[in-house]
Each structure stands twice: as C-alpha cells, then as structure tokens.
Design a protein around this ligand. Sequence first.
Ligand SMILES: Nc1ncnc2c1ncn2[C@@H]1O[C@H](COP(=O)(O)OP(=O)(O)O)[C@@H](O)[C@H]1O
Ligand SMILES: [Mg+2]
Length: 369
Amino acid sequence: MAEELTKEQIIEALKKVRYPGYSRDIVSFGMVGEISVDGSQVALELVLTSEDPQKRQQLEDDVRKTISGLPGVSEVEIKVKSPPSPQATARPAAARPRGEEELWTRAGIPGVRHIIPVGSGKGGVGKSTVAVNLALALAQRGARVGLVDADVHGPNIPGMLGLFEKPKAQNNKILPLTSGPIKVISLGFFLDQKEPIIWRGPLVGGLVQQFFNDVDWGELDYLIVDLPPGTGDAQLTLVQKVALTGAIIVTTPQDVALQDAMKGLAMFQKLEVPVLGVIENMSYFVCPHCGKRTEIFDHGGGERESQARGVAFLGEVPLELGVRVSGDEGKPIVMSDPQSPAAQAFFMIAEQLEKVVQEQEAKQPAPAS
Ligand SMILES: Nc1ncnc2c1ncn2[C@@H]1O[C@H](COP(=O)(O)OP(=O)(O)O)[C@@H](O)[C@H]1O
Ligand SMILES: [Mg+2]
C-alpha cells in the first residue's frame, strides 16, 4: 500500500508551481493558504491578489495538475480566495514595475509619505548609525521624520539615542517616543536590554508589521527603517507587506562588505523595491592630529558598484571617532557636532536623498483619486 500523503509533500510539490510570468513559486509568495489531507483527498486554499480571471484560472489549473499528479491523490479541491483588503492604499504606482500588477497587498501608512528602509548585506557596516543620523539630518532640513528600529534581534537604536522609556498607548495605538525632532519606535523600548533576543520567523514578521500598523505615526514625510543585517524575515515581511518608496543600501569600501551589500541590493531589486541609492560608510579616515586622510578600508567601491548597477550614489561618510563616541553616548553626531565632517556628510546625503525621492515622485503619474 502507498504511504500516507502528507501536507509537507503537498507543499513541496507546490514549490514547483510558479506564479505566471515570474520565476518565483507560489509558496514563497505566500499564496498557499490552508491545506488539508483526508486519505486521498486534498483540499487547499490559494490566496491571490490578482483580480485577473485568466491568471487565477491558470494558477488553479497548474496547482490542480501538480497535486493530482502526486501518487495517492484521487481528488483535489481548490478554493481561490482574495486576501483581506489592505488597511490603506496599495503599493504606490511608483514602486511598481511598469505593466505589472500587484503580487502582494503592500499597505502604506495613512499620513506617511515615504517609507524608506536602510539595509545592507552585512552587520557592523554602520547601518543603524546611518539610519539614525540620516533621520535626524532630514528632520534638520525641515522634514517630518520617524524612525523604526526593525532590527528585532539586536535593537540598538535606543542606546544610540539614549531613549529608554516605555512607550504609552492611546486609542489602541502605541505612541512613538521622540528624540529631538524625530519620532522613534524600537522593540528595545519594550524589552530588558540584557536578554538576548531570539525570535522565530513568523514572530519577526508580526512584530515588524506592528511597528507600522499599530503605532500612531501621525503625519510624516519620511519613515526611515533600520533593518537587521542580511536578507531574513524582517526584510521579507517589510518588502511583502509594506508599501516602500525604495531602499537605501549601506556599505563600507571593503571588498567583502561591498559584495554583501550588493546582495542586499539585488534582493530589493528582485522583489521589485526600487533602490534609492548607496551610501559608503567608513569611507576614509582623517587624522585628528595631522589632518592627513587615510583610506583604511580602500575607498570608492560604493560609488563604483552603484554606478555599475545604475543606482544613485548618495554619498560617503568618513570614519570618525566622534561618530562612534556620540553613538555610544546616545547623542548622534548630527546633533552633538553638526560641524564635523561626518555630520556634514549626513546633511549632504539627506539632501541627495530628497532629490532622488523627488525625481522618483516626478516620474510617476499622479495617483488616481
Ligand atoms: N563613520 C563611522 N565612524 C566611526 N565609527 C562608526 C561609523 N559608522 C559606524 N561606526 C561605529 O561602528 C559600529 C557599528 O555601527 P552600527 O551602526 O551599529 O552598524 P550596523 O547597524 O550595520 O550593525 C558602532 O560602534 C558605530 O558607532
Ligand atoms: Mg544595526
């Protein structure tokens, strides 16, 4: 007698079914809902955002063919569902590639104009430092800015800003803390800092979504998101569930860091999130004693690689003792020493970023009202 059919076998088989026109499979797109197996009968749900009846039919046919082809299957019942309607607008047209429809329900936050994650392939390149200082620099230029610490495994924004209160809730929403001119939320505000944080994948996704949906952000021009290193669950949730204007990639000029950063860049591009630009951090060192410039980790790789990939280069930040010290003391360099070369670099990067965002806004047609 044939072995019992399992859900795992069904899922494995569905991983070979691609979404029409894409190289990605429907399981990784999150389109497979509940599966039940009863002897030789299989029932499963497909959750499709596409309203295109042809695509829905094609997928249903592909899935039926794949599952009925499995040994031991006599009957396949498929229920095609639409996802629950998003709380806000879908992903902005700007962030959507030409002629392609929505694959995920990427929701924006009402009142928030631009959500911009700061990522990299690697830890320790200064992502959090860049996220904090860039947020503050944008605010100094007059923008309304929020900052999400989405590094759920090692939130260090609270330390960098010297913020350790517990946020309050109002009308079922969490009120972000404020640090100078910016609003901030971090998992670190809710946890004992000494505990190592280990979250399983699905929890990470839920947490990340809460930072967007359950926080009272008010009206913002920019919501900057500090991501954990790499291309894990937090990144995927963000990319699949949140309407992003585009991502910023931080790298150091060092070869390894650069290669990893370019992997991060490729991930965003593959998932159809525009990359707004690359920042080279720890780009060079100016000796505080003699003023001589030294390129400790080499120099210029960020600009070279971003040009090669047709992505804007937003600027370079020098390696400066004050950046680290001010970060450790909870007073980012942009606030504590705005005249320093690093702070000046952050102001220039903020200006560049605003230009890139405006150019992108100009390219997209006005949203239909
Ligand atoms: N330009 C810089 N000059 C000096 N120190 C820096 C600079 N950028 C980051 N650092 C320091 O490097 C360390 C790692 O930075 P961090 O922002 O935490 O990186 P990531 O978020 O990518 O892991 C921190 O101690 C930070 O203060
Ligand atoms: Mg960090």
